[in-house]
Ligand binder design. Structure first.
Ligand code: PHE
Length: 404
């Protein structure tokens, strides 16, 4: 059984999987890991025979480690792994080591609820960390809620995620804030009066962010065109041609990096020279690989910059770079913070029981982390500044920080 098999290796050789290049075919990864894992434990071990489960605290994670948005899951996961390792290196939580159990949803719909069920009923995790994409957090959240197992999304920004119920939390800002700041940015910095919106109908994140942007921007500016695509599409030229004919001053693309990269590239091919901009969904090194030079003069908002001089950020950046040999992005920083906020709540609760842990999480106040201080409000959301990033000379460049 896949889940049982994966659980065995995911726990045993956590360092190895994060080092695996994404180009590997999944079964090859599994096979390679299995050989390594076999030295420590038997692959394919049956469920229910987890040794010493009472001596550890089990924390689950679901992430898009492969597939369309693999960059999201990989980054977030790496940040979370760093946090778990730091916690375990300093004695764990409440005198127990953390047993970290993670699962890959392959960026596909329909997997995350199954994984959440498996983590809760079979692995008996005390809390779940995940996901980056709002759509997949929305799939798992009802399962966590009905089982009274707290779930913390590191970076899902759609308001509906935590509206699922009182066991669902997040450590990032939400899209009403992000949509508003992008609308103000378009006016102030891009000097745009007329904006076209090009959004992904298949992603709750994209639909929501388009709506929140529109709410603010249309009060004083004009939305000249609203076009739609479905995440995974490859040809955006028909919609971009319609957009071009409406002569916008700028184009807002509230989508994920894979699609946004192609959209930017095809817009330039069509001779559209106005700025394109997006939200945190653009954040991934792959964006540069997909769109290359076409990205010059584009912008996006996100949660974190590795250039930050805040003490929590510099400490995190140094530890992340030492472990992975690369700079962390926003997903990594929030993945780290999600685990640290959870650990802090378990300590304060003095317990891993769902209701007690939920209470402690809800009381999170000024907890210092990589992305600044986390305070969870009555809706279990965080309020944090955003940063604007642009692309200059083929590199991401920090532009400004926008306070909430
Ligand atoms: N906020 C996005 C969503 O809700 C996910 C995301 C977060 C993407 C951070 C990139 C960086 O779907």
């Amino acid at each position: 059984m896949r889940a049982t098999f994966k659980r065995t290796y995911s726990r045993a050789i956590i360092n190895k999987i994060t080092d695996f290049p994404m180009s590997h075919i999944r079964f090859k990864v599994l096979a390679a890991l299995c050989i390594g894992a076999a030295l420590l434990t038997a692959c394919g071990q049956k469920s229910g025979d987890t040794a010493a489960s009472g001596d550890t605290i089990k924390i689950g994670e679901f992430a898009s480690l492969t597939g369309k948005e693999a960059a999201f899951g990989q980054s977030s996961h790496k940040g979370t792994v760093l946090a778990i390792e730091e916690l375990n290196a300093t004695g764990g939580i409440l005198g127990k080591k953390i047993d970290f159990i993670f699962e890959d949803n392959r960026s596909t719909p329909g997997e995350s609820a199954t994984i959440a069920k498996k983590l809760i009923t079979r692995d008996k995790v005390v809390a779940i960390l995940g996901e980056v994409a709002s759509g997949r957090s929305l799939e798992a959240a009802p399962i966590a809620q009905s089982n009274k197992i707290p779930m913390i999304s590191p970076s899902s920004t759609n308001p509906k995620v935590t509206e699922t119920g009182d066991y669902i939390f997040r450590v990032c800002f939400i899209d009403p804030f992000q949509g508003k700041l992008l609308a103000e940015f378009a006016k102030r910095t891009l000097k745009a009066q007329k904006v076209a919106i090009f959004s992904d109908v298949a992603a709750p994140y994209s639909i929501g962010l388009a709506q929140f942007f529109r709410d603010t921007f249309s009060a004083t500016g004009q939305i000249v065109s609203e076009q739609k695509y479905t995440g995974g599409d490859k040809d955006f030229k028909a919609q971009l041609t319609v957009i071009k004919n409406t002569k916008p001053d700028a184009i807002f693309v509230p989508g994920y990096y894979t699609d946004a990269g192609l959209i930017v590239a095809q817009a330039r091919q069509l001779g559209i020279n106005v700025p394109l901009f997006g939200g945190d969904g653009w954040e991934a090194p792959e964006l540069l690989q997909i769109a290359g030079k076409a990205l010059e003069g584009t912008y996006y908002s996100t949660h974190f910059s590795a250039e930050s001089t805040e003490p929590g950020a510099t400490k995190f950046v140094a530890a992340y770079q030492a472990k992975y040999g690369e700079k962390p992005d926003a997903m990594a920083a929030l993945g780290y913070d999600s685990a640290m906020v959870l650990a802090d709540a378990i300590k304060r609760a003095g317990s891993t029981e769902g209701p007690k842990l939920r209470e402690a999480l809800a009381a999170t106040k000024d907890f210092p982390g990589a992305t600044g201080a986390t305070t969870l409000d009555a809706r279990r959301d965080a309020t944090k500044p955003a940063v604007i990033i642009t692309v200059k000379d083929g590199k991401f460049e920090y532009v400004e920080t926008i306070a909430p």
